[in-house]
Design a protein. Structure first.
Length: 129
């Protein structure tokens, strides 16, 4: 189902037989038997903002790991980021920022990619795994 530890989920509905949720911008349905094997912890909005650190907050030389993509990142933009290797668990480091501040060069899986701040804002990170 693409679930992973630390993933942010939004429960859409629970009718007792099936649970419909959104995770990483994708809607999915789990049968109640499968859902019993998943532990979910409710978080408040203030906890979400703390755990939702963005890739754009890193400075040159800093390294972090991708924890997910914003639900607002959809379609071709989401696909492009995932094709570039921006998936949960990927190590990302800031190589340099351009003199104007945008774009920023990131090292992802040994390749240098340039992302604008708006794109980097859609990538959630954690600094320690």
């Amino acid at each position: 189902m693409g679930l992973y530890p630390g993933m942010m989920l939004y429960i859409v509905s629970n009718d007792g037989n099936r649970i419909k949720f959104v995770g990483d911008g994708e809607e999915a349905v789990l049968a109640s038997g499968l859902a019993e094997n998943v532990t979910v912890v409710k978080i408040n909005d203030d906890e979400y903002s703390e755990s939702g650190k963005r890739l754009s907050s890193l400075q040159p030389g800093q390294t972090a790991y991708v924890s997910g993509l914003s639900p607002s990142c959809r379609g071709l933009e989401r696909r492009r980021l995932m094709d570039l290797g921006i998936v949960p668990g990927t190590k990302v480091s800031v190589m340099m920022k351009s003199p104007g501040g945008e774009p920023t060069a990131y090292n992802v899986l040994g390749a240098g990619i340039a992302l604008r701040k708006k794109q980097a804002d859609n990538i959630f990170i954690i600094e320690n795994i």
